[in-house]
Design a protein around this ligand. Sequence first.
Ligand SMILES: Nc1ncnc2c1ncn2[C@@H]1O[C@H](COP(=O)(O)OP(=O)(O)OP(=O)(O)O)[C@@H](O)[C@H]1O
Ligand SMILES: [Mg+2]
Length: 502
Amino acid sequence: MSMSNKEFPIDALFPLNESAIISKTDSSEIITFVNQEFCRVSGYSEEELLGNTHVMLNSHVHSSEFFHVMWEAISNGKSWQGEICNRAKTGQLYWLNTSIFPIIDKDTGEVSGYTGVGFDITEKKHLELGVQSQEILYDSVIESTDGFWHLDNKAHFIDVSTRYCQLSGYTEADLLTLTISDLEADDHKGDLTYQLSTLNESKTSKVFESMHQRKDGTNWFVEILISYNVKHDNFYIFLRDISKRKLNEREQSALQQQLNHLQKLESIGRLTAGIAHDFNNILASILGYNELNKINAEDMPDNEFKADFLHNSAQVDVAGSRAVDLIKKMLAYCRQEEEHKSNARLELSDVLNKILIMLHEIIPATITIKANLVDDVYITIDETDFYQIIVNLFVNARDALNKAKGTIELSIYLVDFQSHICSACQEKISGKFVEIKISDTGDGINPTKLAHIFEPFFTTKKVGEGTGLGLSVVSGIIHNMDGHILVESELGKGTTFKLLFP
Ligand SMILES: Nc1ncnc2c1ncn2[C@@H]1O[C@H](COP(=O)(O)OP(=O)(O)OP(=O)(O)O)[C@@H](O)[C@H]1O
Ligand SMILES: [Mg+2]
């Protein structure tokens, strides 16, 4: 330092030299002096610095506007004070609280150079920036989640994110008057309260899934992350909208169920076909030998023994014909008789009237049959199949009335369905159909059983009274012709089957 002011006690500046970063430049900003502290903090040697400009320390943290303001002052003879960030030789940034003083030439009155005095404030700066960046981090994390709640230890709201308000439809003011379970869907009320109650110092976070309700009453699936802040005894709750994922999962599992069901039906079909085929051969031989026995018995003398024998043979025939009927049903279910079908265009009111006459044989007089038939409606179907369908449904209705008084109603409609689901195949029904509706005022079907009635061999009837193949056959025939079935039933009130023919 080359100061030569006689009155100024130069030694007063020595302590400053120890702790401050001091430099001097000429009027064209070339560094002409640096103290030891400057070299220590910047990491550059005196040789490296002298003859250079301060640009070598530029950190690029400040805008050009920042330097413009600084130069504006000092080049006009005014001092400048501010916080400057420089880059050390190692690449690390350091912060100085700096004052720059212009040196004025006594003779010319011009600025002949500058003296800079700075104090290292890097630590203080890092603390400040750290807090700031934590705040930025907090804000960005919170707004990037689908929902954020800050709750006190009684689970009252302290803060909610804007994004949560947008997603749920509630305003912040709404939320102040609500409890957390008000935001949960009906079957999930209390989910979060329970999860919060299980957190403590040893277990401070938890993730679980729940369902919440928006202000408009619609539900959304949420994944909730709870973080318990032990120090302040409160909770941070992060909510994520997982509705899309959940719906996909549901669709997947519905498809999988449908597939499993189809596979099950297919294997039952194969098994049934195998049994029916073999059993048919055995039965043919039983009935054939019985027939032979009856012919041979004709030559026997008429006595008690012959009468007994013929009676027993007749019983074999009765049981045999029931077995034949059963096998027919089994074969119909497996659609083994496909090749024998002869589809015809049937005028519905005509065939149904014929079937109704026949039905009086099997439906007792205690049951009233009502028919609302319209003319000139046609479907194309094998007539035997059609009989089988209608008779099966009437017999089921009769059984559901269980010998009590009641009504079975038969109607024809032309319908246009768009979003119904077939009760048998679970596929969406859309298009125009001829509907044959058969309603009874019987016992109705238990909701837990309703899903199974179209399964082969599903029956609620006593052994010997039902095989559980009736509706499987009905469903098989109708689906073979691209039709569908709708069932509505109420326990104790009755059941309605709607057969939809394309
Ligand atoms: N109209 C109805 N009212 C009440 N329950 C019914 C009705 N129709 C069908 N069900 C129920 O569905 C089951 C299955 O019917 P399905 O016609 O397939 O077999 P089933 O009548 O038991 O035997 P099958 O028809 O082979 O003699 C019945 O056992 C009964 O529980
Ligand atoms: Mg039946």
